[in-house]
Write a protein that binds this ligand. Structure first.
Ligand SMILES: CC(C)(COP(=O)(O)OP(=O)(O)OC[C@H]1O[C@@H](n2cnc3c(N)ncnc32)[C@H](O)[C@@H]1OP(=O)(O)O)[C@@H](O)C(=O)NCCC(=O)NCCS
Length: 429
């Protein structure tokens, strides 16, 4: 296979090196393009742009493959604990027993948040969206740790910030939920594992002993693993964009949360549930809803369908669909929205509109049904996505800092006015 690509422009031929990744994906190295040819590339939405080299996550969208550090998502979802996967993503290897014990110890040692944080929650208006709250709360945490503000510091300091971010996030997510429903905030319990502790801070209360349902804990563990990283998606690219300016980890994660909030990204899980609820409440049939989507009625998309990278199936959706079925059965929940979802999926999978555009259910299509069965209100769904995605964001940030990625500064194709003279206000049309 050729190791250069040739570009002919203005009568000259330029050779552009080919970079091949470990999974044999090839790319054209255009880093010297502007200097040698005067050209820049145009790729809005970065559909063809490799923005970085990375060793964290591999996706083959055509084959439906997703691997974290070489491990298949199916095996990790089946066998691993979320905290093992977090360690794997961040440090590049599955922890051995000693490493895992130490990692879990660090997670519990740093899980408390400053008591003043509660006062900030008090200032939010009733009904404030949890993602808006989470975004500001995480960004604000940098004020409590001024030492974390220089990411280029010693590795040890950087690692302490990583541990703080990872260990305080469940506490912040749970605290927000408690504040919202007017319940007292629960403190972390060190004997509990990460996922169990988060559930206990969310659903426990000081009046009685809370026992975590193993079915719920295992379902959430799986969901968090499935969401843990997804290479250079919108929020991970935000991490690299914001972090490339030398911004601290707290503020960088806050920016990633903002990106995730959007309905084209993580916010889709909330939108899916709202869509299913709307179909149920309005009494229209799934067929009628699909027709609205196909007719491209304003703002109507089949939420939870389609993906920028997966064009045949999303491997996470396959696991989640099965899990939704299992969890609902085990918890004895009968949810008519699950039936609507299955009907919609069947209809879309056999409809030429969706088939031709390669639109398949994505990770968000069934996850909301499980979150709902676990007892979460709809607007908390994207918060759960953020909790799951946190180790991926941290890993992307750490890799970027350690590899000394240059500041992200894309070019543009300017399409505006050419130079013109200022007119006094009375001469303007
Ligand atoms: C995920 C998503 C943003 C990917 O977008 P993309 O790769 O840029 O694809 P495009 O928006 O260019 O869509 C390509 C075509 O499919 C259509 N399409 C894409 N997703 C669609 C959906 N969910 N429902 C209906 N039509 C959809 C577009 O209208 C477009 O049709 P056209 O060729 O007739 O103009 C998009 O599929 C989407 O909005 N899905 C719903 C939101 C969602 O579930 N997001 C979570 C992603 S994990």
């Amino acid at each position: 296979m050729s190791n250069v690509a040739k570009l002919e422009y203005n009568g000259q031929v330029y050779e552009l090196p080919i970079i091949t990744g470990t999974e044999n994906e090839s790319s054209v190295d255009i880093r010297k393009l502007r200097d040698t040819t005067g050209l820049v590339t145009f790729d809005d939405g970065y559909k063809n742009t490799g923005s970085t080299k990375s060793k964290i996550t591999f996706i083959d969208g055509d084959k439906g493959i997703l691997r974290y550090r070489g491990y298949g998502i199916e095996e990790l979802a089946e066998k691993a604990e979320f905290m093992e996967v977090a360690y794997l993503l961040i440090y590049g290897k599955l922890p051995n027993e000693a490493e895992y014990t130490e990692w879990k110890k660090q997670m519990t040692r740093h899980s408390l948040v400053h008591e003043d944080v509660k006062k900030v929650f008090d200032a939010y208006p009733t009904g404030a969206h949890p993602m808006g709250q989470l975004m500001t709360m995480v960004g604000m945490m940098s004020s409590f740790y001024p030492n974390s503000q220089d990411p280029q510091k010693m590795e040890e300091d950087r690692n302490l910030t990583i541990i703080r971010v990872m260990s305080k996030m469940p506490n912040l997510c749970a605290m927000m939920y408690k504040k919202r429903i007017g319940h007292p905030v629960m403190y972390p319990t060190n004997e509990l594992r990460y996922v169990e502790d988060y559930l206990s801070m969310t659903f426990g209360n000081p009046c009685e002993k809370f026992t975590v349902d193993p079915v719920v804990a295992s379902a959430l563990n799986k969901l968090l693993i499935l969401h843990a990283d997804h290479e250079q998606n919108c929020s991970a690219s935000t991490v690299r964009m914001v972090g490339s300016a030398g911004t601290n980890l707290w503020a960088t994660i806050s920016a990633a949360i903002a990106a995730l909030w959007g309905p084209s990204h993580g916010g889709a899980n909330q939108e899916v549930l709202e869509m299913l609820q709307e179909i149920k409440d309005s009494g229209i049939t799934t067929k009628q809803y699909v027709e609205k989507v196909k007719n491209k009625e304003a703002g109507v998309r089949l939420m939870g369908f389609g993906h920028r990278v997966y064009k045949n199936f999303d491997p996470r959706a396959t696991i989640i669909k099965k899990s939704a079925d299992d969890v609902l059965k085990k918890l004895g929940v009968v949810d008519p929205l699950l039936d609507i979802a299955m009907e919609l999926e069947q209809m879309a999978l056999s409809d030429s509109y969706f088939v031709e555009r390669k639109l398949y259910p994505n990770v968000d299509f069934y996850s909301g049904i499980i979150y709902r069965a676990l007892g979460y209100p709809t607007d908390m769904f994207t918060v759960l996505f953020a909790l799951g995605r946190l180790p991926g964001w941290v890993a992307q940030w750490k890799e970027m800092v350690e590899e000394k990625q240059p500041i992200c500064r894309p070019r543009q194709i300017y399409m505006g006015e050419t130079p013109r003279a200022y007119q006094s206000i009375k001469d303007r049309k």
